[in-house]
Structure formats: C-alpha cells, structure tokens
Design a protein around this ligand. Structure first.
Ligand code: S3P
Length: 208
C-alpha cells in the first residue's frame, strides 16, 4: 500500500527525533497512532523485515473474545472493549517472556489509556507514533471502509474524527519516537523505522 500523504499539520513536535534510550534487550516495538495511521500495514512489513512476529492487538482481542471489535462495542460498549483491550495487551506483553520478538500494532485508542501505557513502560518497550494529517487519516479510513468493509465503531463523521484525533494527540506524543508517514510508501516507512530504531533485519536492537 503506498501512502500519498499531505504535510504534517503541527510543526511544534520534533520530527523523527532519535531515541535517546537504548534498551539492552529489545523484545518488541509497539506502534501507536490514530485510526488510519498505517499501524497494521507498517507493523506487518516491519515484522517481516526483522523476522519477528507481527501482532495486531485488535486481532488478539477478537480471538480471545470470539467477537469482532464492532460486536464488542455493540454488546459491551466502549468500556467493555477497553477492558478486553487491556487484557489482550497484558497477554501480549506477558508472551514476550518466552523470548518471542514482536511488532505489536495497537488500536487507535489503546495508547490513550494510562493503564496500557503503564504496562508498556513497565516492560520498557519502545513505542512509535505513526502520524499523518487528520485529513489524510480520514481519507484512508473512508477508503478502507469502502474497499474492505472495515467497520470502525469510533469513525464518526469528519468533525468528530478531527476532534477525537486532537484530543488524543498529546497521548500519542508520549511515544518514544514520532514518525511522519506523509507521502511515503509502507516500504519507505519501514526502512526508516529500522534505521531510526537502530535495528537490522533479523537482529536485535544494538546488534549493529
Ligand atoms: C479504535 C481504533 C480501532 C479499534 C477500535 C477502537 C479507537 O483500531 O481498536 O475500533 O479507539 O481509535 P485502528 O486504530 O486499527 O482502527
């Protein structure tokens, strides 16, 4: 999938700032960002390049709950979905103890929940905020809704989408790294992330 993304709306944040902390034993990279940020497509390709496992947290939630995300929202509301999301994230992080290396793509609201951020921080996992303009994010989500019949319970309309993005952005900004995806292909983004994180294909952080 090639992104044709516009320019980033807010120049107040440093772009692609390098990670200041090198982790001794990297076991996972966690991708965060709003709906349509490309977390799943970038995560899958990044994992393939690294020879790591790719895990889409929404997929894990659907498997453990035996319901789609949309069904969980319908039956249990957003609060019920967030509970399931936290359990799935904990399971995913606990699974790293077995030595599996993973790229984990979070759903758009997961990194907004303090308890999830704590779980990630306790495991010392680096987080990457994939960003784009809200207009581009909206266009991508609309396209995915039409082409893949992807149902996003919190998609709303362009106005509510924008407001939700703005309210969440300060949370995403706490990620270890922000990566601008504007005008870049998934392949280019992955190559840049490998570089920015100090990773080599099939290697651990720091094993350059
Ligand atoms: C959500 C985003 C979705 C999914 C759920 C809630 C959100 O994931 O987790 O619908 O709160 O923004 P994507 O970001 O992959 O669309």
């Amino acid at each position: 999938m090639a992104f044709a993304i516009g320019q980033f709306a807010d120049s107040s944040m440093p772009v692609d700032r390098p990670m200041t902390r090198r982790l001794p034993q990297l076991q996972a990279v966690v991708l965060v960002g709003f709906m349509g940020a490309g977390k799943s497509s970038v995560g899958l390709l990044l994992a393939q390049h690294l020879g790591w496992t790719f895990e889409d947290l929404d997929h894990r939630i659907e498997q453990r709950e035996q319901q789609t995300v949309a069904e969980i929202f319908r039956d249990a509301g957003e609060a019920g979905f967030r509970r399931a999301e936290r359990k799935a994230l904990k399971e995913s992080i606990d699974g790293l103890r077995g030595g599996t290396e993973k790229v984990i793509a979070l759903g758009g609201g997961a990194f907004v929940q303090d308890s999830n951020v704590r779980l990630i921080e306790e495991a010392s996992l680096p987080t990457v905020f994939l960003d784009a303009t809200v207009d581009e994010l909206w266009q991508r989500c609309r396209r995915q809704a039409e082409q893949c019949a992807l149902e996003r319970p919190l998609l709303g309309n362009v106005q509510t989408f924008r407001e939700l993005y703005e309210s969440r952005r300060p949370h995403y900004a706490k990620a270890s790294l922000r990566h601008e995806t504007g005008g870049k292909s998934v392949e280019a983004i992955v190559a840049e992330l490998i570089q920015a994180l100090g990773l080599l294909p099939n290697a651990k952080l720091g094993e350059k």
